[in-house]
Ligand binder design. Sequence first.
Ligand SMILES: *[C@@H]1O[C@H](CO)[C@@H](O)[C@H](O)[C@H]1NC(C)=O
Ligand SMILES: *[C@@H]1O[C@H](CO)[C@@H](O)[C@H](O)[C@H]1NC(C)=O
Ligand SMILES: *[C@@H]1O[C@H](CO)[C@@H](O)[C@H](O)[C@H]1NC(C)=O
Ligand SMILES: *[C@@H]1O[C@H](CO)[C@@H](O)[C@H](O)[C@H]1NC(C)=O
Ligand SMILES: *[C@@H]1O[C@H](CO)[C@@H](O)[C@H](O)[C@H]1NC(C)=O
Ligand SMILES: *[C@@H]1O[C@H](CO)[C@@H](O)[C@H](O)[C@H]1NC(C)=O
Ligand SMILES: *[C@@H]1O[C@H](CO)[C@@H](O)[C@H](O)[C@H]1NC(C)=O
Ligand SMILES: *[C@@H]1O[C@H](CO)[C@@H](O)[C@H](O)[C@H]1NC(C)=O
Ligand SMILES: *[C@@H]1O[C@H](CO)[C@@H](O)[C@H](O)[C@H]1NC(C)=O
Ligand SMILES: *[C@@H]1O[C@H](CO)[C@@H](O)[C@H](O)[C@H]1NC(C)=O
Length: 340
Amino acid sequence: MSKIAPTTSFQILLSIFALPLLILPLHGNSQSTDSEQTILLRLKRHWSNPPSINHWTPSPPNSNSSTHCNWPEITCSNGSVTGLSLIDKTITRSIPPFICDLKNLTAIDLQYNYIPGPFPTTLYNCTKLEHLDLSQNLFVGCIPKDVDRLSTHLRTFNLSGNNFTCDIPAAIGRFPELTTLRLFLNLFNGSFPPEIGNLSRLEWLELSDNEFAQMAIPSTFTRLRKLKQLLIKGSGLICEIPETIGNLAELEELDLSNNNLIGTIPSGLLLLKNLTIVYLYKNHLSGPIPQPTEALKMEEFDLSENNLTGTIPDDFGTLTELSVLSLFSNQLSGGDTGKH
Ligand SMILES: *[C@@H]1O[C@H](CO)[C@@H](O)[C@H](O)[C@H]1NC(C)=O
Ligand SMILES: *[C@@H]1O[C@H](CO)[C@@H](O)[C@H](O)[C@H]1NC(C)=O
Ligand SMILES: *[C@@H]1O[C@H](CO)[C@@H](O)[C@H](O)[C@H]1NC(C)=O
Ligand SMILES: *[C@@H]1O[C@H](CO)[C@@H](O)[C@H](O)[C@H]1NC(C)=O
Ligand SMILES: *[C@@H]1O[C@H](CO)[C@@H](O)[C@H](O)[C@H]1NC(C)=O
Ligand SMILES: *[C@@H]1O[C@H](CO)[C@@H](O)[C@H](O)[C@H]1NC(C)=O
Ligand SMILES: *[C@@H]1O[C@H](CO)[C@@H](O)[C@H](O)[C@H]1NC(C)=O
Ligand SMILES: *[C@@H]1O[C@H](CO)[C@@H](O)[C@H](O)[C@H]1NC(C)=O
Ligand SMILES: *[C@@H]1O[C@H](CO)[C@@H](O)[C@H](O)[C@H]1NC(C)=O
Ligand SMILES: *[C@@H]1O[C@H](CO)[C@@H](O)[C@H](O)[C@H]1NC(C)=O
């Protein structure tokens, strides 16, 4: 018995030391304890080492372990990674889940790559995300109905230039901080939701060049009191321009060209003081051109290829900033309908 006791305690001793030895290598791989540099290097490997980020190499021993903060694609704050900007880096593979192990990430910009597949819901785990730009990639499928599981801090969201289809889900209206929403140049072939009108901070909205199924501009959009840019060209819009568009006091740029809009141009539109660009060409608008009484900053005004009648209001002569006035192919009487 007395001979067994030391053996047992030796075994216990052994297991006390062996246990951490066994666990450590696993632990070293585990996501929560990886250094941020290790996560970035894994990202590089996951993307099959694109030559464009060849300079992502491990820090030499004893050097500052935050040297990755000096890589041009990386932004750090207090030595922790907050931004990843990999524009046009020939990335051809998906976004891996461990990207969100960079716990302080606030900005991901992957514009102009070749990332395939469905919407990367794995980014729901990046809880501090404020800027997400996935534009100009090869994404397909629907924007998921629970897309609002992305960070509630989201301020800019750009999915333009992909092959997304389906409806734009109502959940897109549930980002309280969103100032920029760009979904142009996709294959959306359903509807876009009136809930976009709930994005009370929105300044830039771009839905152009999609294949929406005969949508009218929801009147809720005219609740977007901070909106500066409303671009929905070439997207099969029907019905009238909401009369309340004159409520968009901050509006600077409006492009609703190349749709099937009918009715008249709301007179409230040309009361907007900051309006500089208005493109309504190639629609079926009728009636008179309103007086541009307040829109004194107007630079480009294109109403060509509609069914407008009446004369060109005299006030256009007082718009000193105007460089483009295009009115050809309408039913206007008198005056010059070309550009000047
Ligand atoms: C390490 O690098 C980071 C980021 O470049 C810097 O903020 C920090 O001061 C450096 N620390 C040391 C000890 O040099
Ligand atoms: C950086 O550290 C300072 C001081 O600890 C803190 O006040 C600040 O919020 C930190 N910045 C970020 C972006 O975490
Ligand atoms: C994230 O930032 C906070 C505040 O600057 C810092 O305390 C924390 O260590 C950072 N997280 C990581 C994973 O670096
Ligand atoms: C978020 O991370 C957790 C833990 O790693 C994982 O179980 C979950 O599936 C992730 N969620 C998404 C949407 O990827
Ligand atoms: C995207 O759509 C275009 C035009 O319809 C098509 O030519 C292209 O093959 C599509 N790409 C992917 C990745 O689906
Ligand atoms: C996407 O939107 C962001 C924010 O407005 C902008 O900086 C970026 O240039 C846009 N990308 C494309 C391809 O339009
Ligand atoms: C939208 O496009 C997708 C993919 O091409 C197709 O499966 C779907 O039937 C289309 N939906 C409508 C309403 O046309
Ligand atoms: C958002 O908008 C929709 C339709 O415009 C409305 O039914 C809903 O109650 C609004 N509010 C929220 C918080 O979604
Ligand atoms: C118009 O633009 C000016 C200058 O950028 C700005 O001060 C003003 O608040 C804007 N809005 C209106 C309604 O004039
Ligand atoms: C203009 O109105 C005429 C007569 O109502 C109609 O035949 C024509 O298609 C309309 N043109 C446009 C561009 O809407």
